[in-house]
Design a binder for this molecule. Structure first.
Ligand SMILES: *[C@@H]1O[C@H](CO)[C@@H](O)[C@H](O)[C@H]1NC(C)=O
Ligand SMILES: *[C@@H]1O[C@H](CO)[C@@H](O)[C@H](O)[C@H]1NC(C)=O
Ligand SMILES: *[C@@H]1O[C@H](CO)[C@@H](O)[C@H](O)[C@H]1NC(C)=O
Length: 761
């Protein structure tokens, strides 16, 4: 089935206003609830969103690490991190910017003036973002940056020039200015600013050397910086340090199991392995807004407020989206842009016709219509009975009536209800067409709900069988990773199936069209693999009668708004009587995913699904399509290509770059080995789906990402949240010279941890 097309379409229609909003990184401060009840929402000009909270002992923050000390002795009051001396400038959904500090060495007639600088945020939820650069400005200077938490890091940069005319305006490339990146995840650093010949030959145009860490986008080097006496102040005021923040050090799946999981309703969890410190953040789900950390969570956005629909349409707000419903006499999807509700051009003749009609004629028409529908419905009923008997309909009836649970959960819809929901199966409601029929987007009004409605092609015996089959199987299955069947409608010539609507498209789409999306990390790929595998394992073993899916492929794995996997399309599936392990069937499936053994023998076992799943897994890991038209014969089929690459030790060349970067060597090798076993030619050598799940689960446990915090540090963070420790955790240290020269520091915070580091002369 082609859910692909429909998901893209649906995204465009439903998510346009949202996509625009997403580019804003301060959604957390824009909802109705920003801070805990009875807590200050701001300090001076800064809005302080929970998990941050104003006050040291007020209980307004998520934990000690998120305290904001609002110092009211300034006017307006100024916010500082905890009890340290770092002043907060801005807090966004994932970062915090703080006022900067600069190291400087000046060489003047009255000798050397020297300031060093270090910043330390260990034991906090903050790390230095990689949008910072370590920058040196000067013509005879080099500087070192050294960090020890959570890892040892030291690097440096040299800024030289012999003549002011050599310096290039706006370019920080080593002449008068030098810049380097720092790794993500660091929590402390110190700087040492050194010189080769004490600016002797360059002091006329570059009397000082400077070093600082700061936001790359906020600093543009200019030649004038070299002898600007207020350069230090300019950087302090205009180039903030960017810090990433997150909750705890557990990843999402660990955090979800713990009892202080921070994400509230209508939000989803985002792993922060990328920022190098572990932990997670919460984001509002699509179509919701507010502060995802505060109870009751994100609230629905009323898109209808901005009236996104056409003038002839009514906008209906739904949880997480909206629908434009055309007024009577109009067709179209009612979307404000591009598609419109267009008047049906039949009004005029109908009116005339009706006025001119005599009662007798009317009577004849009514009688004829009545007769026609009578015959038609008799025919229909007969047809339906025939279909029922021929295609397991009796079995379906029996299933529905014998199984009380499915009887209750499977609703029987009327044809009228579904016609209304799909605007009479309008072209523009088509979400996708597949081998077995067409899928429509539908809006049920009571209760309001978006659904996907599947209609088979008219009068095709074969397809009706598929449908009945799917009903039987899905009414038996209840698993969170299997798409839910809400009900069916048997009143029409072709049966209609009504499913829960899964909003985020197919896995195929995400692998091949948007592999670069931030959420599509190694962890999430493995999670999706586990979810799909456990659904299949459940189908193979736990259901009352085992089910073989027969068409496992990435286009049949749908993703919901939280990117949970849901297996769909059971049109080809087979129930297997418990005392049998294999059944003979007509070979069915999709090339590229099809088990070669089954293809040759026609003997279907649950291991055929294992093979197909192996191909999906290979697809997830390599980002390649199962069949490629452009490659040479050897590379045409992904399974062959994958096995060949393993054999020739080229696994790492073929993996998706993101997978290669985020998975550890052991994990990658283990997955590759698992794929290899799934793709074995002989089905007995393949693992069962249950074993696949267990191996994938095992893999997820030993996640050892290079930037995840060391355990000791994790403990420190925990201690911190418990408020057991009482040291100042946020410190910036500055060492002014012993003599108070013309250079006085504007920041004079003194907390117990502050220590001076003197650079050698
Ligand atoms: C704070 O707000 C005032 C008035 O709105 C403005 O003049 C001032 O520049 C702001 N200060 C900062 C640091 O943004
Ligand atoms: C506020 O700032 C002033 C001046 O820097 C300092 O003396 C005072 O201790 C600070 N107050 C608090 C509560 O941090
Ligand atoms: C950093 O290096 C020092 C000595 O070179 C060592 O004692 C320390 O354990 C290292 N720290 C880390 C986090 O590896």
């Amino acid at each position: 089935m082609m859910w692909l097309k429909y998901s893209v379409l649906f995204h465009l229609v439903l998510c346009l206003p949202l996509t625009l909003a997403r580019t804003d990184t301060r959604l957390i401060t824009q909802g109705a609830t920003i801070a805990k009840p009875n807590c200050q929402r701001s300090c001076g000009n800064l809005t302080v969103p929970y998990p941050f909270g104003v006050g040291i002992e007020t209980g307004c923050s998520f934990g000690r690490g998120f305290n904001v000390n609002c110092n009211t002795s300034f006017n307006p009051p100024r916010p500082f991190i905890n009890s340290g001396n770092m002043e907060i400038i801005d807090i966004t959904d994932g970062t915090m910017s703080v006022k900067n500090w600069v190291a400087r060495r000046c060489y003047g007639p009255d000798g050397l003036r020297n300031y060093t600088m270090s910043i330390n945020v260990t034991g906090t939820p903050l790390t230095f973002s990689d949008s910072n650069r370590f920058t040196i400005v000067g013509c005879d200077d080099f500087a070192l940056i050294q960090a020890s938490s959570p890892r040892n890091f030291s690097s440096g940069c040299v800024a030289m020039c012999s003549n002011i005319s050599d310096v290039i305006e706006g370019e920080c490339t080593g002449i008068g200015c030098c810049q380097i990146e720092i790794p993500r995840g660091l929590q402390n650093f110190e700087t040492r600013l050194l010189t080769l010949s004490s600016h002797q030959t360059v002091s006329s145009f570059s009397p000082c050397g400077y070093a600082f860490l700061g936001d790359y986008d906020s600093f543009d080097f200019t030649i004038a910086n070299l002898d600007d006496p207020s350069f230090m102040q300019t950087v302090t005021d205009q180039v903030p340090v960017i810090l990433d923040w997150g909750i705890g050090s557990q990843n999402c799946s660990e955090a979800k199991r713990s009892n202080d999981y921070a994400c509230q309703q209508n939000s989803y969890c985002v792993d922060l392995a990328d920022t190098g410190r572990g932990g997670y953040r919460c984001n509002c789900s699509q179509g919701f807004q507010g502060n995802p950390y505060l109870s009751p969570g994100c609230t629905d956005i009323n898109e209808c407020q901005n009236n996104p629909c056409d003038a002839h349409a009514t906008c209906i707000n739904t949880p997480g989206g909206y629908i434009c419903s055309c007024a009577k006499g109009y067709v179209g999807d009612g979307e404000g842009d591009g598609h419109r509700c267009i008047a049906k051009n039949s009004e005029f003749p109908v009116l005339k016709f009706a006025l001119g009609m005599s009662f007798g004629f009317l009577g004849i028409i009514i009688a004829a219509t009545w007769l026609y529908f009578g015959i038609k419905s008799r025919k229909l009923m007969k047809l339906r009975e025939k279909f029922f008997q021929q295609n397991g309909g009796l079995l379906l009836k029996q299933q529905l009536s014998s199984n009380e649970v499915s009887m209750k959960s499977t609703k029987i819809f009327t044809a009228q209800e579904l016609e209304k929901a799909t605007n009479n199966y309008a072209e523009d409601r088509i979400l996708g067409r597949g081998g077995y029929g067409t899928v429509y987007k539908g809006l049920l009004t009571d209760p309001q709900q978006i659904v996907a409605i599947k209609k088979s092609r008219v009068m095709d015996q074969n397809q009706i069988e598929q449908f009945i089959n799917e009903v039987i199987i899905l009414t038996q299955v209840n698993h969170r990773n299997v798409v839910k069947l809400l009900g069916c409608c048997l009143e029409t010539e072709v049966p209609l199936l009504v499913y829960e609507y899964v909003s985020n498209g197919t896995l195929f789409h995400h692998i091949h069209n948007s592999g670069g999306m931030p959420w599509f990390s190694w962890d999430n790929r493995i999670r999706i693999a586990i979810e799909s595998a456990s659904a299949l394992s459940y189908l193979h073993s736990s259901a009352a009668m085992p089910v073989i899916h027969r068409d496992v492929k990435s286009p049949n794995i749908l993703l919901d708004e939280y990117y949970n996997a849901k297996i769909s399309d059971f049109g080809a599936s087979r129930l297997v009587p418990i005392d049998q392990t294999q059944v003979s069937t007509l070979v069915q499936g999709t090339l590229g995913y099809l088990d070669p053994e089954y293809f040759h023998t026609g003997q279907l076992t649950d291991k055929s699904d294992v093979y197909s799943f192996g191909v999906v897994l290979a697809e997830l890991m390599t980002g390649r399509k199962p069949l490629s038209n452009t490659k040479t014969d050897d590379e045409k089929s992904l399974s062959t290509f994958f096995l060949m690459s393993l054999k020739t030790n080229r696994l790492f060349q073929i993996l998706d770059p993101r997978v290669r970067r985020e998975g550890s060597l052991e994990q990658l090798q283990a997955v590759a080995e698992l794929i290899k076993r799934c793709l074995k030619l002989h089905s007995e050598e393949r693992p069962t789906m249950k074993e696949v799940v267990m191996e994938l689960e095992g893999l997820r446990k030993f996640s050892n990402h290079p930037w995840i915090l060391q355990p000791e540090v994790e403990e420190e963070v925990v201690g911190l949240m418990n408020e057991e420790e009482a040291t100042d955790l946020y410190t910036v240290t500055i060492s002014p010279p012993a003599s108070t020269g013309p250079y006085t520091m504007q920041h004079t915070g003194t907390s117990p941890l502050i220590h001076a580091i003197n650079s050698p002369r």
